[in-house]
Design a protein around this ligand. Sequence first.
Ligand code: ASP
Ligand code: MG
Length: 415
Amino acid sequence: MAKVYKFGGASVRDADGVRNLERIVRAADDDLMVVVSAMGKTTNALERVLDDLAAGREEKALSQWVDIIDYHVAIMKALGLQPGVDVRLQGEIPFDPTRPFDENYDQLISLGEIMSTQIIAVYLLKQGLSVEWWNMPKLLRTDDTWREAVVDDAASRSVIRAGWDRPQRPKIVVAQGFIGGTSDGRRTTLGREGSDYTAALLGNYIDAESVTIWKDVPGILNADPRLEPDTVLIPSLRYSDAVELSYSGAQIIHPKTIRPLENKHIPLLVKPFGDPSAPGSCISAEAVGPIDVPVYIWRKNQILITMRAKDFAFVLEESLSEIFDIIHRNRLKVSLIQSSAVTISVCVDNTRFVPDAIEALNEHFKVTYNDHLSLLTIRGTTPEILERAKAGRTILLCQTTRRTARLVVKEEHNQ
Ligand code: ASP
Ligand code: MG
């Protein structure tokens, strides 16, 4: 049977991480699709290079670019690889000032995953493993919605299956997460933290027995250990729990990850890369038991936008579709909705798309907003838990159902 293993940036941030990856893949009996992110914080670093180039700060861009290359060269050397011979890294920065920013973004930022997978594939090969490097921009076909490309499932599935089902295929395939390509050969990206999604898609295409995300945490915890003192591991969750957790802001898996797996009932395992034999968490159609601890999920960087009809029309009855049309067209991600007779409020991620959306909404409604907010979702809440969560915080809005509370909270400096 085949399995998909996904390694995030933190797990391959240095040579030791790559050696650890080698131990983990060596221990697997199965055919493996290994999906890898960019090493360490490379994606953020590449974003800074692009910002500098776009702002005309060429020297600064170049020096940061050199740092990124040096970082990869140092890892290669520590792994006993010869830079320029075993792996030839990109020489020039792919940037074309005549192209739109977002298109440049995809051409440049995708190099993080290209570099990490090239290094890892060559290293594994040199360690005697049976390995093949796959170039996802040629295999995972997408449209050209830069930075949030939409995957063409049918086209991608047939190319990837053809490669995977080949009789002489090596046992291990190393592929980039997060990136794909258009039919005319330009690279695209699937949205930040999108490697989990790639792993799920590949799991679906090759009918994997399971998909494992190797992380720097023991599994899925009931709260962020940096924010709550006593966290516990949730050993088993249903797909719907996982969707809700990631939608609420849990950083553990990318929100798009579940659907391709649920479609084929492929379990998703979240395991600690530092302790491969630990059980971790398993997300599947049937959870072994209920989640019996309260779960705290923070979604940061929120903005609460309130729309009021200019002529006192009943917003809910008359304008709902218009509002959501604007929200959808402007690629806003809604995290919570609240309405009254004449207003509707939406909490959304405060992304670069927000100003244009507000401008569009302003044409039809009176718009007010609050930013610097977080959304705290507590699943399995009780009145006592809710009181404790509210204490000392500025709450702009609170929605509760029997078991779940959602609080829109002013961001404090200690969060
Ligand atoms: N390297 C990309 C990012 O940091 C994708 C990923 O890590 O999943 O967003
Ligand atoms: Mg990453």
